[in-house]
Design a protein. Structure first.
Length: 505
């Protein structure tokens, strides 16, 4: 009996039964599976199951206005009292089959700042109970150069967490607000001073006093000037920043009250877009545009046409640095306004001028721009994002400066040879190719830069350009006539395609 038992077990060994999961392990597995299944509802393939829409505000998170994110009312209402109250009281759609909509702008405090990526991340938490961070390209900047941004606290990363905080606070998800507050607090210790201002605003709006006090102390100890802070911050927050600043620092701007009054009058005139009044104020007082940092002010806050008119008033120094170490071009890059950048460059602004912390204009733009903006494809006859367009403008100007320097050096070393001329023709061909790309995008701002670069190359090479100006080329875009390109020496280089670029709508 014993022998047969041993023989049986050795000839047909039985594997031990699989271990049964403990009850708490079984619960974890079930919850994990439930979370993953609910996450599928956020996939575009399941949009036909959604029965409501959340409408993004215009410009929120850099997304186009009117974009929608589909949701399932039963799930978000069960997870958030906020959604339960809104969907319960919302009237039925007027049209049969139409989905109820919630518009973020006005729905929650700071709703105008919330973009799609942040909204989807917070909604994903409501669906799954887990917070998933967005794709890398939505939360890192474009500065990937050697010794460039480490992406620990660049502006896209800050913007994503700020937008998520607005959403979590508005939807009354307290645990997420606490998580985001800790992340923002970490940013305050690492980020550039001007990048902290969005954190100041979200801390104030969402009533996060500890975070707000930390921000106020950091901003007060920064080199950001009072005029900049006064325009960017709410009055009560700005008053706290001034109070927190050192006594000798807070009173430097009012050592001459009469001078300060005149400067403020110029700024008020610019706020009203009244350049004629600015001219009168300059004639009536010894204050100049440079004294008032008027070009800085216009580059940061005024319409492009106001800055263009202001630059005609006086021989202002477009490379003057303010007390924070910024030139007007730096201010324009922080604003990411391509028309203003073009106007300043045409007036002689130096694109390689650096801030006190070593950033030039291109670096400023890159650190403010998401990697996502580079990967997004523009439809034909539509402009690229302003942020990415600014980068293209600055890169073109840097290349133009480098070419002028190279050409001047080669001219000093030897007499012009056919090789140099051929090289010049190749550069013009490259410009024309870039110009045709501009035509596809129908972007007149970039086309203006191509005109600028082309004219400069012609002038540097010593070719005659009778009755030829950049403004004539650019204004020709609004004309229905194709004017012959006034440089026949270049033959096919100045082709009909280039005329089409310069003169077509």
């Amino acid at each position: 009996m014993e022998t047969s038992t041993i023989s049986f077990s050795s000839s047909s060994p039985l594997s031990p039964p699989p271990p049964q999961p403990a009850p708490h392990d079984l619960d974890a597995v079930s919850l994990d599976r439930l979370s993953k299944n609910l996450e599928h509802l956020l996939d575009p393939a399941f949009l036909n199951c959604a029965d409501a829409e959340i409408v993004l505000a215009t410009g929120g998170g850099g997304d186009p206005g009117g974009a929608v994110v589909d949701v399932h009312r039963c799930i978000v209402a069960a997870r958030s009292r906020f959604f339960y109250d809104h969907f319960s009281s919302a009237p039925n759609p007027a049209t049969a089959g139409e989905k109820p909509q919630l518009k973020l702008d006005g729905l929650v405090p700071g709703g105008c700042h919330i973009g799609r990526d942040a909204l989807v991340a917070v909604l994903g938490y409501l669906y799954t109970g887990r917070l998933r961070w967005p794709p890398r390209e939505a939360a890192v900047c474009l500065d990937d150069a050697v010794n460039g941004c480490t992406h620990d606290a660049c502006r896209p990363a800050i913007d994503f967490v700020v937008e998520s905080t607005y959403a979590a606070s508005g939807f009354q998800i307290s645990e997420l607000v606490s998580l985001f507050q800790r992340r923002l607090s970490d940013f305050v210790n690492k980020a550039l001073a001007e990048d902290i201002l969005p954190i100041v605003l979200v801390a104030s709006t969402c009533q996060l006093p500890d975070l707000l006090n930390q921000c106020i102390q950091r901003v007060a100890n920064s080199n950001l000037d009072n005029h900049y802070l006064e325009k960017r911050l709410p009055d009560d927050i700005y008053a706290k920043v001034k109070e927190a600043r050192m006594p000798d620092e807070s009173h430097t701007s009012i050592l001459d009250p009469e001078h300060e009054k005149r400067v403020r009058n110029i700024h008020k005139a610019l706020d009203s877009d009244d350049v004629d009044l600015v001219g009168m104020l300059l004639k009536e007082s010894p204050v100049t545009l440079d004294d008032a940092f008027a070009i800085h002010y216009a580059a940061a806050y005024c319409e492009p046409k106001v800055l263009a008119e202001l630059l005609k008033l006086d021989s202002a120094n477009v490379n003057l640095k303010n007390s924070s170490g910024y030139t007007p071009l730096h201010m324009a890059c922080m604003r990411r306004e391509p028309d203003i950048i073009v106007s300043l460059i045409e007036k002689g602004a130096h694109v390689l001028e650096r801030t006190q912390d070593g950033r030039d204009a291109l670096t400023i733009c890159k650190r403010l721009t998401r990697e996502k903006d580079r990967s997004e494809k523009s439809e034909k006859c539509k402009e690229r994002s302003k942020a990415y367009l600014c980068i293209g403008i600055l890169q073109q100007e840097i290349k133009r400066k480098q070419f002028i320097l190279e050409y001047q050096m080669s001219a000093e070393e030897s007499i012009t040879t056919p090789l140099i001329i051929d090289n010049f023709h190749m550069r013009l061909l490259n410009l024309e190719n870039r110009g045709q790309h501009v035509l596809i995008l129908a972007c007149h701002v970039e086309a203006r830069l191509v005109c600028n670069n082309l004219v400069m190359l012609i002038i540097v090479a010593g070719y005659p350009c009778p009755s030829f100006t950049i403004d004539c080329l650019y204004l020709g875009m609004c004309s229905d006539k194709l004017v012959p390109f006034p440089c026949p020496e270049f033959g096919s280089i100045c082709s009909d395609e280039l005329n089409l670029l310069l003169y077509s709508q």
